[in-house]
Structure formats: structure tokens, C-alpha cells
Design a protein around this ligand. Sequence first.
Ligand code: SF4
Length: 210
Amino acid sequence: MRIAEIYSSIQGETQYAGLPCTLVRTTGCDLRCGYCDSAFAFHGGRDMTLEEIMAEVSRLGAPLVLLTGGEPMLQRELPELAGRLLSAGYRVMIETSGAHALDALPAGVVRVIDMKAPGSGESHRNRLDLLRDLRPGDAVKFVLEDEADYRWAVEMMGKHRLDHTCPVLFSPVHGRLAPTVLAEWILRDRLPVRMQVQLHKLLWGEGPGR
Ligand code: SF4
């Protein structure tokens, strides 16, 4: 597998935010969201065998592992890696754009599906079939950069009854939408969503390794 980095951090987002976690970041993404903060992972990295990845995850020691990118579903061996991690007793999560089929992932993987709002420039890539096939433990995330994105996400949530199915996560784009503004909208509209800020950025700023 092509790996950009493997490192220890605090889960910055998702329903497991705040927990120590090992992040396995794969190289490459087929989307180009306007606000992407992981562009350093579009290229480069190094080839690692599944055994080497397992050894590094074991060395870092956290019981929670997040498979992220880039876009992890572009890696052919990703489902097998997820299965091996689950068999070894880790809680395994994947953060993936809403643009890829997820059927190949073994049961037990917590799937955080990042549906792309219009402000990203990539909303045409969303696969709505993913929202009809949510599993227990999954979450749907919306990263929002303005009120138009917010209104779109509220509409998507209602149309697909997401709040009846799984945790729904709303995050402001760092530096583009003030967290306070998003919080006010959520309270005003009494939305049953979980708001998140990018905790890892508050702790360490932007860039690789955090
Ligand atoms: S899907 Fe993620 S990694 Fe890919 S361009 Fe969008 S934000 Fe960046």
C-alpha cells in the first residue's frame, strides 16, 4: 500500500473525537476539495507491506486506528488491512469521501462518510446510494464553509432521514466559517447534529504528522 504517514494523535473529529488514536494516512486522492488540508498526501509517500503497517500500528500502541487520506478507498489492499486490524483487536475507523463504494470493507469497520457540500467543488461526486446503506456505527459528516453549504446539509439530512439512522457531524471549514456562527445556526434550527471543530488543529496547527 502507498502510505503518506503513520503517526499518533488525538482523534480530531468524528464521534470518537478526543481519544488517542493511530492514524494511517494513505497517499493519493481523486477529489480536489477547495478547502483540502491534506494536499501534502496527494503525492509521494512510500510503499509498505501490510505486515510493515501492522508492525508500526502495534509499535504506536493506541487501541483506536483511523484509516484516512487522501482517499483510503483508492488502495486495493485497504479492506484486507482493515480486516487484519480488526482481527488483531483494534477498533478500526475509516474516513472516506462519499465518492467510493464501501462494500468491500469488512463488517465492524466504523465508516465516517464525508459527504461533499457544494462549497467543496466536489458535491457532484457524492454517491447517494451510500446513504441508503448505512451500517450501525457509521456516521455522516458535512464540512461546511458558508450558509449555503449549511442549508444544503440540512436538506440532505432531512431528505435521507440521516439523524434517525446515525450520528450526523457538522464541521466548519477551518478559517472560512467561524465555529460560533455554525453553533448559532444549529441552536437556532434545533438540529440534532453533533458539531465538531478540528481539535488536532487547535492543538498542533496544520501540516503532516498531526
Ligand atoms: S476528499 Fe479529503 S483528501 Fe481528498 S481533496 Fe477532499 S478534503 Fe482533500
